[in-house]
Design a binder for this molecule. Structure first.
Ligand code: 0RA
Length: 658
């Protein structure tokens, strides 16, 4: 601790003030993994976005520097440099060294940084080995440096603000490797996502990034704000009309902004935000939106004779089929509730959104009768389909088809009744299914062979799906039910393993199954129950086959061969360099596997199903929005998009880990 002796009394005070952050970083930034690291970036970026919301900044830029530093630049007012009355230090030093000092400023206006993720700039400072702050304000330039949160001298004026950037803030920080042990490198893609969202949600702002290590750059500016966001969410879908409904209204101290557009798909995509913070669990803004939507559409339909007197009202669900909407409210003091703080609490917001939607959506429908007719036609279809689906489901339930008692005929169940110990293999084709049944460990491994193509659920409604034998067999075997009757507690296997050939058809079937799970059994995916089996791509055959080596990866083949050849050379074994590589390595054959059917039961078990040796890829959906977009591309109606995606990612489709 000799280093600490060099600190002055002032610095020690700062260090003591920030000590709780360094002692329990998780309390402030959630984790010390990459997500915690990203929190530091969001803190500074969001302060810049706040400057834009307040009408001062137009641009927030991130530099990922070659020396591992992260620099965030904005052209806002610049952090105030004057003496802070309470601390006797500059305001710059105060916000960087006093916990929660950030919140005391601003008074009035909406704050992104004060919201759910707002931890204050001092937290960033406390968790950085080095932090440099530059402020441009009143035509002057200021500079100050910190180490582990402690200022190395006062804030100093270092000259004039450069022409063209008269005001703004530049913060460069170096995450402390003794805190962020796992990694000090942020994810370029994750930052891009944050910057893209910030640009969508803050009209008129430009956000950009420059990765100095790779030379990559990205820049976002969306003229239409959340209108552009809705269009982005609908890429790969067919909108019923090109126009996007949009409203932006101030009510009392809050602002309500809504954009929406219907597509001919069956899915509902509504994203709601409060002060740019996403609220995945919904809340008062979503409730207000839904109430108004159902009411306005029913009113219009009645008034215009689209809904007959004796017909029932359209349900909320019917009015939302195929809807893509973004709801953004801004309010002075957002309250986040729920398990993960993912729900907006403020009750007054419900009325605000309802009022805005009642007025402006009614007006919009009156102004756009052709669109109104399409929306209502779609909702009527949905109502009819829902009735048909209910009838189909009731029929199936009546027949007991979905009951646990009647398992699908093709299922070879395992003997264990403990879901946590049981797994089910969904196997492409009857022949591989047969091998899997013979080779399996029947105590814990169930096998369900799937024949032919599984229905593309992205383009089918529930009633059609329930008529598909493969889908029905899956629902029955899992024991979770479907639709309104879905219940995760019934899940009979905690590991669901998709096993298909390593070719295009196999990838297609995997994707269709994943789409089905993602759309209709999201909880099963979220619970981490879905896996992809990874059959070997190559076998390096030894005489007698006993000691064959199986290779699961294209790239692994060459490294393995090189290693073995090296070893043989070291052992003095003569290697003929004219021979094929596998012969040099002492194998008699290099076999390439295209399908599961090429392996016998024992091989299939040993290479792909044996829990001791197999390779499984767990399917995790970390970014729902990206997953949604990928499924739209893969399964939607736009053939071009699908082609592009598959060509660009053909190699990865097998490992789809979104
Ligand atoms: C305190 C008060 C004000 C602005 C800021 C801090 C501020 C912080 C950051 C962090 C990155 N960029 C920033 N820009 C501004 C209010 C400013 C005033 O009243 O003049």
């Amino acid at each position: 601790m000799s280093e600490q002796k060099q600190y002055s009394a002032d610095q020690i005070q700062v260090l003591e003030g920030l000590e709780p952050v360094r002692k329990r970083p998780g309390m402030y930034i959630g984790s010390t993994g990459i997500e915690g690291l990203h929190h530091l970036v969001w803190e500074i970026v969001d302060n810049g976005i706040d400057e834009a919301l307040a009408g001062y900044a137009t641009h927030v830029h991130v530099d990922l520097l070659e020396d591992g530093g992260i620099r965030v630049i904005d052209d806002g007012r610049g952090i105030p440099t004057d003496l802070h009355p309470k601390t006797g230090k500059s305001t710059v030093e105060t916000v960087l060294t006093v916990l929660h000092a950030g919140g005391k400023f601003g008074g009035g206006g909406y704050k992104v940084s004060g919201g759910l993720h707002g931890v204050g700039l001092s937290v960033v400072n406390a968790l950085s080995t080095k932090l440099l702050v530059e402020v441009y304000r009143d035509g002057k330039a200021f500079h100050q440096e910190y180490r582990l949160g402690a200022p190395q001298g006062d804030l100093k004026q270092v000259g004039k603000a450069p022409v063209g950037s008269k005001h703004g803030t530049v913060i460069t920080f170096y995450p402390d490797p003794s805190i962020f042990i796992e990694t000090q490198a942020v994810s370029y893609d994750t930052i891009i996502d944050h910057l893209r969202h910030s640009a969508y949600l803050t009209k008129g702002i430009r956000t950009s990034i420059h990765n100095h290590v790779t030379g990559q750059r990205y820049s976002f500016y969306f003229e239409g704000g959340i209108q552009s966001y809705v269009r982005h969410l609908n890429v790969g879908k067919d909108p019923i009309d090109d126009d996007v409904f949009y409203v932006d209204k101030q009510i009392k101290d809050s602002q309500v902004e809504v954009a929406m557009q219907y597509t001919d798909s069956f899915t509902e995509t509504i994203k709601q935000f409060a002060n740019n913070v996403v609220n995945p669990e919904g809340g008062s803004h979503l409730t207000g939106f839904r109430t108004a939507l159902t009411r306005v559409i029913n009113d219009y339909a009645r008034k215009n004779g689209l809904l007959k007197e004796k017909e029932d009202n359209l349900s909320g669900e019917d009015t939302r089929e195929g809807l893509t909407a973004v709801i953004l409210v801004k309010l002075p003091d957002p309250q986040f509730e729920g398990q993960t703080k993912g729900k907006l609490g403020n009750p007054e917001v419900r009325g605000y959104v309802e009022q805005v939607m009642n007025e402006y959506l009614s007006y919009y429908l009156e102004e756009h009768p052709a669109i109104a007719r399409k929306i209502i036609g779609k909702a009527l279809l949905s109502a009819r389909a829902r009735k048909a689906a209910r009838a189909a489901r009731d029929n199936i339930i009546r027949k007991g088809v979905l009951d646990g008692a009647s398992m699908p005929g093709k299922l070879a169940d395992c003997s264990s009744k403990d879901p946590s110990k049981s797994e089910i293999y969904l196997v492409e084709g009857d022949s591989a299914g047969g091998s899997a049944k013979t080779g399996r460990d029947s105590k814990t491994q169930a096998i369900l062979p799937l024949r032919g193509k599984v229905l593309n659920v992205e383009r089918a409604r529930l009633d059609k799906m329930l008529a598909n034998n493969e889908i029905l067999a899956i629902i029955k075997a899992f024991g979770v039910g479907i639709g309104d009757s879905f219940n995760i507690d019934g899940l009979r296997y905690h590991r669901i393993i998709i096993m298909t050939d390593a070719d295009v058809d196999g990838s297609h079937i995997s994707t269709l199954l994943l789409t089905f799970f993602f759309r209709y059994m999201k909880e099963v995916v979220d619970g981490g129950h879905i896996y992809l089996a990874k059959p070997p791509l190559f076998e390096l055959v030894k005489p007698g086959r006993k000691n064959s080596i199986f290779i699961y990866d294209e790239s692994e083949l060459e490294t393995q061969l090189a290693e073995i050849i090296q070893k043989r050379k070291a052992e003095g074994i003569k290697v003929n360099v004219e021979d094929d590589r596998y012969k040099q390595a002492g194998f008699i054959e290099q076999k390439r596997y295209k399908g599961l059917g090429e392996m016998d039961a024992e091989q299939l078990f040993e290479t792909t199903m044996n829990p001791e040796k197999r390779v499984l890829v767990q399917v995790r959906v970390e970014d729902t929005e990206r997953a949604d977009a990928i499924f739209n591309k893969l399964m939607g109606t736009e053939v071009e998009l699908r082609k592009n995606f598959i060509t660009a990612n053909a190699k990865f489709v097998k490992d789809l880990d979104i």
